[in-house]
Design a binder for this molecule. Structure first.
Ligand code: ARG
Length: 252
């Protein structure tokens, strides 16, 4: 009993000195390395720079989390559906890809992997060529492009029918189809729609009335303390205002 009390005292003391994150125990698939899968077609959350490095809000947050956990960060690029599967099958420790952790998709996805706490919110929007006759009221007569496996696909198919929806593996392909006139519009997360408007100024955006969606990171279900460790690190970054700073920086 004395030993236990001594241990607890030492633990409590070191916790207060070093902070909860450094003390948390966790394991990753490959020791010393934290890997995540992502679909880097999703600015400002993740895109590729000219050297093919994945950049944006999420790699920056994850870089800081990895630093806090004292592990090396490995980012593996693939399409969105594969990125979700990667964290489900434990091919990577996580999926970090603007993943919505609310609504119907939350139930579906939390059976695949564990969600961290939500760190930001978005809403679905519709992007189309400026001047085209696209409104929320006439979407049912249009062809809507989406990324396969996304909440945007879910909403568009539920409300307008599969016949009106074309799913692409990446937003790069969806936007190419929009610019080529193969689809009338794209349904996607508003923050990302606005980022594509900066790349393609000939496009316009309108908000939808769907509920707000919270973004979180998906963690391979394995109960190794990793989820708790990441949540603790994320909380520190949120509380310090760092997450907000990163979001504001990448939206400018
Ligand atoms: N937030 C939406 C969802 O979870 C879209 C995510 C797409 N992510 C990406 N990196 N392309 O379904």
């Amino acid at each position: 009993m004395k030993k236990l009390i001594a241990l607890i005292t030492v633990l409590a003391l070191s916790l207060s000195i070093i902070g909860a994150v450094a003390e948390s125990t966790f394991t990753t698939i490959e020791p010393g390395k934290l890997s995540y899968a992502t679909s880097p077609d999703f600015p400002p959350f993740e895109s590729r720079d000219e050297n093919d490095n994945v950049i944006g809000i999420e790699p920056e947050i994850m870089g800081l989390i990895a630093e806090k956990l004292g592990v090396e960060l490995e980012i593996v690029s693939m399409d969105f559906t594969s990125a979700l599967a990667s964290a489900q099958l434990g091919k990577t420790d996580m999926v970090v890809s603007g993943v919505t952790a609310t609504g119907e998709k939350y139930l579906e996805r939390s059976a695949m992997f564990d969600f961290t706490d939500i760190y930001t919110y978005i809403q679905q929007a519709v992007v189309f060529k400026t001047g085209a006759d696209v409104t929320l009221a006439n979407l049912g007569e249009k062809t809507i492009g989406v990324q396969a496996g996304t909440t945007g696909q879910g909403y568009a198919e539920d409300d307008y029918g599969e016949d009106h929806v074309v799913a692409y593996d990446t937003y790069a392909l969806a936007f190419q189809a929009l610019l080529n006139g193969q689809v009338d519009c794209i349904m996607l997360d508003d923050v990302v729609g606005n980022a594509y408007l900066k790349i393609h100024p000939e496009l316009s955006i309108i908000p939808t009335e769907y509920e707000q969606e919270g973004f979180a990171f998906g963690v391979f279900k394995q109960d190794t303390g990793l989820l708790e460790a990441i949540n603790a690190a994320l909380k520190e970054l949120v509380d310090a205002g760092t997450v907000e700073e990163i979001i504001v920086k990448w939206n400018n």
